[in-house]
Design a protein around this ligand. Structure first.
Ligand code: SAM
Length: 241
């Protein structure tokens, strides 16, 4: 196991962390609503969020500084045995580290080079191969080549106009017979997404069927952020042979 980096312990022991992150969320959402949402890559926006944080993780609205419990539970039941895994849009790297610690040979990428450098600094002795890369311009050698692909909060972070393209890109990465994990917020079908983020409808979230996947498990749960209760889905998919 990699030891927890000191920065993580300091940030988590900061009693103001959640309050400062809530303030940052409001500011970042304002910045994002000024961004042109049909810009295909939005790299300026995401780099700006990581750059302006200046190494303070409380300025990153989605940073929990810990892997998601549903993902770690799944990994405990499904250790890697040196098989290959990819973490999509890894941000500050917590889920990627959990995957690596579960025995997967792990690659993790993000569009933001600042996020990638930050993740590398946080986990100095990491076995994860961190790379700056764009979901919409993936290296050819990644296609159909991972036993496990983990997607957490990326689909909802991109404007709905990019949802089909994002799902299609993610779907290409898993080997036939391999697993895809998708962790996302959900919204009712009759509710208009007023992002960012843009939670998925149940119908959106189940659309991996259209890309040659079968649903293996579908866990629904709520999370609390301040006084908000947020419906979530953690889905496990298998790519058909
Ligand atoms: C809401 S954050 C989630 C980060 C991380 N998965 C987590 O759960 O903490 C969305 C991430 O997607 C990245 N991103 C956005 N567009 C991307 C793209 N086209 N290719 C790769 N990463 C992208 C952003 O830089 C950001 O780190």
């Amino acid at each position: 196991m990699n030891k927890k980096p000191d920065t993580q312990q300091n940030e988590l022991s900061d009693p103001d962390f959640a309050i400062r992150r809530q303030q940052a969320r409001i500011e970042v959402n304002k910045l994002d609503s000024d961004t042109i949402h049909d810009e295909p890559e939005r790299d300026r926006f995401f780099n700006m969020v990581y750059d302006r944080a200046k190494d303070d993780a409380a300025q990153i609205p989605w940073a929990d500084l810990a892997p998601k419990i549903q993902i770690t539970n799944w990994l405990t039941a499904n250790p890697g045995g040196n098989r290959r895994a990819l973490d999509i849009a890894c941000g500050l790297g917590d889920n990627a580290e959990a995957i690596s610690n579960a025995g997967y040979k792990t690659t993790a990428f993000d569009l933001s080079s600042t996020a990638i450098l930050w993740a590398k600094r946080r986990f100095g002795d990491s076995q994860v191969d961190y790379q700056t890369s764009n979901l919409f311009e993936l290296p050819q050698q990644w296609l159909n080549s991972f036993d496990l692909v983990n997607e957490c909060y990326t689909l909802q972070a991109l404007p709905p106009v990019l949802l089909h393209q994002s799902m299609s890109a993610i779907a290409t990465l898993v080997k036939p017979g391999g697993r895809l994990l998708v962790y996302t917020r959900l919204r009712p079908a009759d509710q208009v997404a007023d992002g960012p983020p843009w939670p998925l409808t149940q119908q959106d979230a189940l659309a991996f069927k259209e890309f040659g996947y079968e649903l293996v498990d579908d866990e629904r749960f709520d999370t609390a952020r301040g006084d908000r209760v947020i419906p979530h889905q953690f889905a496990q998919w298998r790519k058909l042979d």
